[in-house]
Design a protein. Structure first.
Length: 492
């Protein structure tokens, strides 16, 4: 399902087999690429051998776009994210289709909006009849692996999230190697599962992202001679904020933190304290990203790997006096997205046009020249390769369900489902008030008010733009079969 609000050029998509990748590969120790206990012995740089790219999909949980030094944040240092941006393309206006974990991840895996992937809320299971990206790559002969949080199996006890639950192999959705779990944020008390329901407990004092990166490096080393696709899902900087390595936290002092302009004065002290933890977590992820990039360099793979770094959604971190996510505000909805593929994608560029995470899978699939099915998103591959103009979105759309993870969340969007539409200049959010009505509750002119300080929803002077945005949203709801908001009357 391609959004007609965007223009695109059709690319050629090819079915490929494993032998296409290993042709003329030379002598490799038998089984070294597939076995976990065997070393990988390669007689020449892998980059001279592979005809199709490998894929390293790395994403953080609850990291907002404005939390990197390459995006202008003076409060932390992210040299490896900066390096990736300098060698690839950084998107400064990439938006999540839903600022909530499971829905956002369903889009990252399928290229569909959450309601079409069957995951409109947390703890819902990804639909069996939609294709996950690993099902596409594994069918093309790739060795696939997932490490970390999954959150798309939907196995949970009533009223309780499924902390570190087992995901059966039949629900690994194309991932052949598995070192993951359904959901959990105990970074010093973590565990994971492979194909067995016997948990593998991390040793005392071990930090979850460090161990997950160790596993990722081992996966890359053991599969260096064959095409591979690795999905690495880190938990931080998702709360609990105190789950941080002391040496990372020691670099940050509350009095040195510069706050965003939309943090109310009465929350300054708490925000500075919390952001110390948040930035310390992100710097740990940056260090681990550097370990991954160095591994690719060491193995001679850097030219042959599409590296993607991103997040599922952001966090308010007391902007507008609010914690948590689930809001259409920039802090919650705008996420980091950096992609590198040397020799194919020119480095050092910044894309300032709007994009959505539903665009990620169609983009990657086209870059890898694989078979595609229909997606809600649009491929950005032609633009990344500078073969075509940017497939400009007229609007970006977001959705969020009735309930999030926290019943005590006091925010406006906590207990009612909402939809939002973002244009180049404006953003509008509509709250569902009953079965047949939705009300405009937020309207911001981001060209004049980038920190969303002045809500224009009640302004008579802005009725025309409100109606235009409501019409864009109505069209999108009908076009994408958003049944939760279908046939609503938007009340001014």
């Amino acid at each position: 399902m391609v959004d007609p609000d965007i223009s695109q050029s059709a690319g050629q998509h090819l079915s490929i087999s494993r032998r296409d990748f290993v042709k003329q590969a030379g002598a490799v120790v038998a089984g070294s690429a597939l076995g976990w206990g065997l070393g990988c012995h390669v007689s020449a740089p892998i980059s001279t051998r592979l005809k199709r790219p490998n894929l390293l999909f790395v994403y953080a949980d609850q990291m907002r776009e404005m939390a990197m030094s390459c995006s202008g944040n003076p409060n932390l240092s992210t040299p490896n994210m900066d390096r990736l941006a300098a060698e690839g393309v950084r998107f400064s206006r990439m938006y999540t289709p839903s600022p909530l974990c499971s829905p956002a991840r369903s889009s990252l895996m399928t290229g569909l909006y959450p309601h079409n992937a069957g995951v409109s809320n947390n703890n819902m299971r990804l639909r069996d009849d939609v294709r996950c990206i690993a099902e596409i790559t594994s069918a093309a002969g790739y060795k696939t692996g997932h490490i970390g949080k999954w959150h798309l199996y939907g196995n949970f006890s009533p009223g309780r999230l499924a902390e570190y639950a087992f995901v059966p192999p039949e629900h690994h959705r194309g991932f052949q190697y598995w070192a993951g779990f359904e959901h959990g944020h105990k970074y010093f008390q973590s565990r994971y599962y492979t194909d067995s329901d016997t948990p593998i407990q991390l040793p005392p004092g071990a930090y979850e992202p460090d161990v997950q990166t160790d596993l990722a490096i081992k996966f890359i080393e053991n599969n260096a001679a064959v095409p591979w696709h690795l999905d690495l899902s880190w938990g931080p900087p998702h709360f609990p904020l105190e789950q941080v390595k002391p040496e990372d936290l020691a670099r940050h002092k509350p009095e040195n933190i510069e706050l965003r302009l939309n943090v109310p004065t009465r929350f300054h002290q708490q925000a500075r304290r919390d952001l110390c933890y948040y930035y310390a977590m992100i710097e740990n992820l940056d260090w681990n990203l550097g370990r991954l990039l160095n591994t690719l360099d060491k193995l001679g793979l850097s030219q042959d790997v599409i590296v993607v770094f991103m997040a599922d959604h952001g966090d308010m971190m007391l902007s507008h006096g609010q914690h948590y996510k689930r809001r259409p505000q920039e802090e919650s909805s705008r996420v980091p997205f950096i992609i590198r593929y040397p020799g194919t994608i020119g480095g050092g560029r910044i894309c300032e046009d709007m994009s959505s995470l539903v665009d990620v899978v169609p983009t990657i699939v086209e870059l890898m020249k694989l078979d595609v099915s229909e997606f809600d998103g649009v491929s950005l591959a032609a633009w990344l390769q500078e073969r075509n103009r940017y497939p400009r979105h007229k609007c970006i759309f977001m959705e969020c369900p009735k309930l999030g993870c926290r019943d005590y969340d006091p925010g406006l969007f906590a207990k009612s489902p909402w939809r939002a539409v973002r244009t180049d200049t404006h953003k509008a959010a509509f709250l569902k008030t009953d079965q047949s009505h939705a009300k405009l509750v937020q309207l911001f002119d981001l060209s004049a008010d980038p920190f969303e300080m002045k809500n224009l929803a009640e302004s008579p002077r802005h009725r025309r733009i409100s109606r235009q945005l409501a019409q864009h949203l109505t069209d999108w709801i009908r076009r994408t079969s958003d049944k939760d908001f279908a046939e609503l009357r938007f009340v001014e």
